[in-house]
Design a protein. Sequence first.
Lengths: 248, 255
Amino acid sequence: MMWLSGGFIFRRGTSVYHRLDPRVKLLISVLMFATTLLVRSIYELSGVLAFMIVVAAVAMVLKRVARTMLFTAGFSVFIFVLNFIFTRNLDTSLLYASRFVAIVVSTSLFFITTSPDELEQVMKTFRLPRDVVFAFVTAVRFIPVMFLDTIQIMDAQKSRGLELEKGNVLKRVRNMIPILIPLVVNSVVRSGELAEAMESRAYGAVPKPTSLVEYRARATDKVVALAAAFLFALTAYSFYFVFPARIL
Amino acid sequence: MKALDGVSLKIGSAETVAIVGENGAGKTTLVKHVTGLLKPGTGDVTVDGQNTRTTSTAQLSRKVGVAFQNPDHQLFSESVEEEMSFALRNFGFAPELVEQRVRWGLELFGLEEYRKSSPLVLSGGEKKRLTLACILAWDPEVVILDEPTVGQDSIQKEKLAGTIRMLTSSGKTVVVVSHDIEFLWPMQPRVVVMKAGRVVGDGRARELMQDKRLLDSARVAQPQLVEFFQRLGERPEAPFADPLEARRWVEETRR
């Protein structure tokens, strides 16, 4: 579980992609996401997925993206089976199942290469309310902590004879109660403590606090952003005008 | 990075072992290998002849009870008595025995008055005692206590030390992971010093705690009595020859 979760959690990196302005990384992910919605066949989607893999290779996060794909594989199979039952169309079912994987990969590429601090700055540039930005970024920042908590709680309960993998589905769900209750209680307690700690450090003292870092796009960022936008426009144009295919 | 590297330890029955070392030295990782929560990449961990690779944690936990560092990671039941009976029910104890063991554990740790209370409303120290009571309730052969003194006042620490002595005298193997050297010293356990995933020292507390260079390198504090003894030893008229005599000497001097 912990190994799979690595496909969604940010870790510092030194690649060219990591060093890009977070707004550019967001743009690339949004464009890749949009492209996955534009594609009309599994062949086109394969091309988009191949492009995502190239981006992952540039960002040196190929292994972690592979984990993301593995993590989503279960849901993807479920989507495929459900679609096949109702549509009896192999192509459509394959497309929808793979589209889900592509959507998750496009968003995961942003989150695993963008630190919570960068994410905060990106959200601030959209002039979102400070409290909303803070709540969202804190939630993202605490994902790895929650994973660690879950592992520790599972260890503690397994040491008291709890067998999580034993019994039928109902029993297994019931077995999760000793895991979920401490996890929720800890999270609530932690959020209360965090709120007190923030207030004691003057959170909200002034309506417009200053920032430690202010992002300014460099020439590289501008070139990459323009290239991404151009590539997206070219792909969209080719899908609908150069290689028109049947719409599923 | 290896969390544990070349660790080779043999712990006998009825032995009291203290594992000390700085944060991140691998102490908790080591005890998780004993319970089978972690499996070794290379080598083997054997508990009472059972290889942890081939034995489930649930099976091993009948023999090895671990009280983890953070009590909030295990408390979930509606009442203290239900919390205590959780493991006993998992191990299939008869209802009468569950009742008997719950009462015994609550009395031992002074928690009878909270029997019907939610474990979540207890103080930090009480929660810690409850987790210890939960472990001792099923009478495991090996008891592992991870930082048992955190949040405990001096009276509770004394009681805890008494409980550890009682466990040892009743033939249990007790492993204590702790930074609290002053708590460990009077028990005179075998001390295992860990640093960066390796065992860098292993011996009786009496000898090992005098090795200031080793303790400093592992960022472990020396017991105050030992430090006092060593400083006095630098003077020709040192009044005692052993740090264990220091307390007696202090008491005699006070009289």
